[in-house]
Design a protein around this ligand. Sequence first.
Ligand SMILES: Nc1ncnc2c1ncn2[C@@H]1O[C@H](COP(=O)(O)OP(=O)(O)OP(=O)(O)O)[C@@H](O)[C@H]1O
Length: 553
Amino acid sequence: MEGIYHCPANYVPLSPISFLERAATVYGDKVSIVYGSNVRFSWKDTFDRCVKVASALVQLKICPGDIVVALAPNVPALYELHFGVPMAGAVISALNTRLDASTLALALEQLEAKLIFVDYQFTDAVLKALDLLSQKKVNPPHLVVIPECDKSSSMDHKHIASDLDYNCLLEMGRDDFRIIRPNNECDPISVNYTSGSTGKPKGVIYSHRAAYLNSLAEIFRFDMRQMPVFLWTVDMFRCNGWCLTWAMAAIGGTNICLRNVSAEIIFDAVSLHKVTHFCGPPAILNTIANAPARAISSQSPFPCGVNVVVAGSLPNSEILTKVEGLGFNVYHGYGMTEALGPATMRPWKSESDSTFEIEQEEIRRREGLHNLLLEGVDVKDPKTMESVPNDGKTIGEVMFRGNILMSGYLKSTEITQETLKGGWFHTGDLGVRHPNGYLQMKDRAKDIIISGGEAISTLEVEAVLLSHPKVSEAAVVGQPDALLNEVPCAFVKLKEGFGASAEEIIEFCDDQLPDLMIPRTIVFGELPVNFSGKVQKFAMREMVNANTSLANC
Ligand SMILES: Nc1ncnc2c1ncn2[C@@H]1O[C@H](COP(=O)(O)OP(=O)(O)OP(=O)(O)O)[C@@H](O)[C@H]1O
């Protein structure tokens, strides 16, 4: 159309960097970060510190596109690196602090990391990883140690010989540094690793554009008003804290940074700082529900209406009801690293809400409709790419498309193309669509059990097992069966102090599930989990396959 003229006046590549630049002016004197009893920054301070980090990185010869790794809990430095690294034109990769040295070495090698920021508590694993790299003749990254910044903390300071520490780096930085913005909004801003539930963790690349848009989407999804108070219970290494690192700058909120998470810490922080939101894996609900009475009673009256967002399989309804009873609003998300965090979200509705016509147990398993910034959420037959009917029964693969998805998997072009084929992101999860349009995830494609020609959702069997009053954790996999191909086998962890027989558990399932879904074998004990705390079903399958005569034990 004649008259269109794109130039820097009306086209600026989208980047979360803009959020911090604006926050420094609009929310300049408002509190950006609180940590412990002594650390408190304003948005102007945070902006200045991030500029200095970026300036120091450039002085250390970090170039646009280089990957800078961070290994730290949710301390202020990790928050600042989410802006400081991109402001130097570089790409941030925050790694899981629970990784062991060899997995860490593999990630550092794949990332070709130029520099690693490591919190003083995690130096041992990094030093071992660097050792492994030098044995393989791989150039190790420079090391910058992050010391404890809350001087009142009684934690031991482990000192190691490092090139630099975070405070010296800040001193090196110049405050007149010119921020390096992306030339193209599709340039990478971060690499986040998946949890490795089905195999090796995959490095997922996020663009400035997707990070910008998803940060705004999070504000809608989390029902945030101006200047919320956010408690950092979700790891920042998980999808950049579900993009809330950047979203908080967009909305001028206060970040309550935490080194550790416990029931006491949550209840204290909620009361002290008037927290409005926090989020994390569903295990956080167990932490709240099982909080010692003193943690709750010491905060009386306890502030109501705090929004808690969890993503992943929910615990049993007893836990949810307890959390709701304490005055929290629970939201349930469904998503993955490739979708930059939870992509769909639904509030957990209380039974007393009469406007809700469907049974609560059923509602809580429906993952909702697609969010504002996704162009499409569908359940499709992956062969024909036709949508399944909205009948709540026909199973297909859950697929997404839109501007808040990953750019691809690091150094894995073929897997990226396969995952994005047909113009949709193939999640690898199976689901159905209900007549009202709601999506319900049934299972991972790799985990679903085919028994006697019927598809059995292991998540549905697990939901029943979790409703048993003595069961604290449960996971189900297929066990080979000569007649039916596979039958369900359940791994069960009982609540502390409780005992139960396999027969008792099977009988309980018998009352609530069709025959084919009833587990034939119950294995009691700890469930195998990975670095992210997620159950490793492939390890359970290996155990079952290696022991075909596995009996109830
Ligand atoms: N609400 C939910 N209910 C059940 N499962 C969920 C829910 N939300 C997410 N998940 C599961 O978690 C997956 C996303 O997790 P994540 O991105 O951490 O990697 P992963 O799939 O666990 O690991 P990997 O991709 O390395 O095997 C989803 O694909 C889905 O299988």
